[in-house]
Design a protein around this ligand. Structure first.
Ligand code: PLP
Length: 221
């Protein structure tokens, strides 16, 4: 069989497997446990957090591990929406071809009084920064665009979109993942040969404001 759907999920690389094996078979304590075995696991965890932060030019404190992509998406959207609502901003921009974890969360937010603008995707599978610029309003709380599409693999012009948001002062973050003006990033490791496990996705977040959804939206497979 030739597997050609690596945008959906992909094989763990030899290097990632070798790095993970000791954690699964030797240092497998609960990192919250106070005794040495648990604390060794905690050291591994914090080391992973620091490495991920370095890759993203982020601060380790900004890296949150979640149980999977849906939780990370819900958390990112709901936190940003709550922060926007506090300032009276209840408009969200996204695209028509987001994952269900985003689209269903947006549906839920719509029922809670947010106005959602879904940008049409062009035949080439892309949106443009211009579309985003035209959709932004004074009451826009959030622009959320999938970096790389999980079905067709198109990579959106995130740096340009980030620059448009930043220009309009909707994204004040300086650089970490900030090189691309991204405020929040949820990243599925299973797409990147790092791990099959759904519980090591993460969200880069800008402020400690952190709201766990009462009920997560999405569709699990
Ligand atoms: C962008 C995005 N968000 C969320 C998910 C769902 O992730 P999970 O099944 O880990 O909740 C996926 C899975 O394909 C995805 O591509």
């Amino acid at each position: 069989m030739i597997y050609a759907d690596n945008a959906a999920t992909t094989k763990v690389s030899e290097a990632a497997l070798a790095a993970m094996l000791p954690c699964l078979t030797q240092v497998y304590g609960n990192p919250s446990s106070l005794y040495a075995f648990g604390q060794s696991a905690k050291e591994q965890l914090e080391d992973a957090r620091a490495r991920i932060a370095r890759c993203l030019h982020a601060d380790p404190k900004e890296i949150t591990f979640t149980s999977g992509g849906s939780e990370a998406d819900n958390q990112a959207l709901r936190t940003a929406a709550a922060l926007g609502a506090k300032k009276g901003k209840k408009h969200i921009i996204s695209t028509a071809f987001e994952h269900h974890a985003i689209l269903h969360t947006l549906d839920a937010l719509k029922k809670e009084g947010f106005e959602i603008t879904l940008l049409d995707v062009h035949e080439n599978g892309l949106i443009t920064a211009q579309q985003v610029a035209e959709a932004i309003r004074p009451d826009t709380a959030l622009v959320t665009v999938m970096f790389a599409n999980n079905e067709i693999g198109t990579v959106q012009p995130i740096a340009e979109i980030g620059a448009v948001c930043r220009e309009k002062a909707y994204c004040s973050i300086r650089m970490p993942c900030r090189r691309q003006d991204i405020c929040r990033l949820t990243y599925r490791l299973c797409r990147s040969t790092c791990s099959r496990s759904p519980d090591i996705n993460f969200t880069v977040r800008r402020a400690p404001a952190y709201s766990m959804p009462e009920r997560a939206s999405g569709s699990k497979t």
